[in-house]
Design a binder for this molecule. Structure first.
Ligand code: TRP
Length: 329
């Protein structure tokens, strides 16, 4: 079985975009791949987070993973900081990464060009930690959104460089961009991604939003005055986003949604989208409350930690021997 690994960085409450773009796919993948899914809690602190809020977001994210259908019997679910090998390998990889490569990372460049002056060293070296996350487990595939593709590419470059320098050590991973639901946009500004760190709450549906909140946000979603339900992200980004949301929730092609609502007006269509989203999230929310009353999340993370540690520790020893810093046989 090929191995797949992905991390999620809960700097805020998880959104419908996280669910449709990532979680839902992980759940489907767990039958086909040996899945490793972790909470990238170290990555969250590359930008300051309020400690209390952060702990809540991390706990909710872990619970929502399980509530969405990740099965601890099938997938290894763990917390990044539980496996110390991630940071150790990250340092070693950073010694095999050039400043020029890091300076070319768009996430970093964007922040600099936006005039951010308080960027941390941790934020700058974020990609080598991500490379370590992936390479420790010999992952074949890494499902990520488009915005993370460059990080997987630098991981491949680092892995290849290391393999060439020290002999074959790492599997060179492939990025896997899920097609459906890959890019759910903000409801209030459909040219921007629906983001958990978005200050504008109205554009974002959270996985734990109540039916009334969901309905309100979708009914208020920004559209256009063409009054035609068709998929055209350029000319009708708002309507196209709603079509995409409905298609992803129902797991049907976009054309199917368009055909079903061609003659509907925007009001009717929005109500239908709201219904579908509410129906999609309701069972997950029910399960979330159930899991919160149990110790399933804690148990899952403990088992995940043990399994991840075994694999990571072995890989790290191999790496340390190859580079000559481990002096015992
Ligand atoms: N950087 C990813 C994000 O912001 C999260 C992440 C961290 C990740 N380590 C990873 C994703 C390893 C895939 C593989 O969403």
């Amino acid at each position: 079985m090929k191995r797949m690994l992905s991390g999620i960085k809960p700097t805020g409450e998880l959104t419908l975009g996280n669910y449709l773009g990532a979680l839902k796919h992980f759940v489907n993948y767990q039958d086909t791949y040996e899945m490793f899914v972790f909470i990238a809690n170290l990555h969250t602190i590359t930008v300051y987070q309020d400690p209390k809020q952060l702990a809540k977001h991390l706990k909710d994210a872990a619970t929502l993973y399980l509530a969405s259908g990740l099965d601890p019997e099938k997938a290894t679910v763990f917390l990044q900081s539980d496996v110390l090998e991630h940071t150790q390998l990250s340092f070693i990889l950073s010694c095999n990464t050039y400043l020029g490569e890091m300076n070319r990372m768009t996430q970093y460049k964007d922040k600099v060009s936006q005039g951010e002056t308080n960027l941390t060293v941790g934020f700058y070296s974020y990609p080598t930690l991500m490379a370590a996350d992936i390479l420790l487990y010999d992952a074949d595939f890494v499902p990520v959104g488009n915005d993370q593709k460059q990080h997987v590419e630098i991981t491949r470059d680092i892995a290849e460089r290391f393999n060439n320098r020290y002999s074959k050590t790492f599997v060179v991973p492939e990025p896997l961009i899920p097609i459906a639901g890959a890019r759910i946009m903000s409801l209030s500004d459909p040219t921007k991604k629906m983001s958990k760190s978005d200050a504008d709450n109205k554009g974002v549906i959270y996985m734990l939003d109540s039916p009334a909140q969901i309905k309100k946000k979708i009914v208020a979603a920004k559209t256009d005055s063409l009054n035609k339900i068709q998929y055209d992200p350029e000319k009708q980004p708002g309507i196209s986003n709603l079509i995409q949301i409905m298609a992803a929730c129902q797991e049907v092609p976009i054309a199917h949604v368009v055909a079903a609502y061609e003659d509907a007006n925007y009001g009717t269509f929005k109500k239908a989208v709201a219904e579908v989203v509410i129906d999609t999230l309701a069972p997950i929310q029910a399960r979330y409350h159930e899991i919160n009353q149990s110790d399933l999340m804690e148990k899952t993370l403990a088992a995940g930690k043990a399994k991840a540690q075994r694999i990571a520790a072995k890989k790290l020893v191999e790496v340390q021997k190859k580079i000559g810093i481990e002096i015992r046989e």
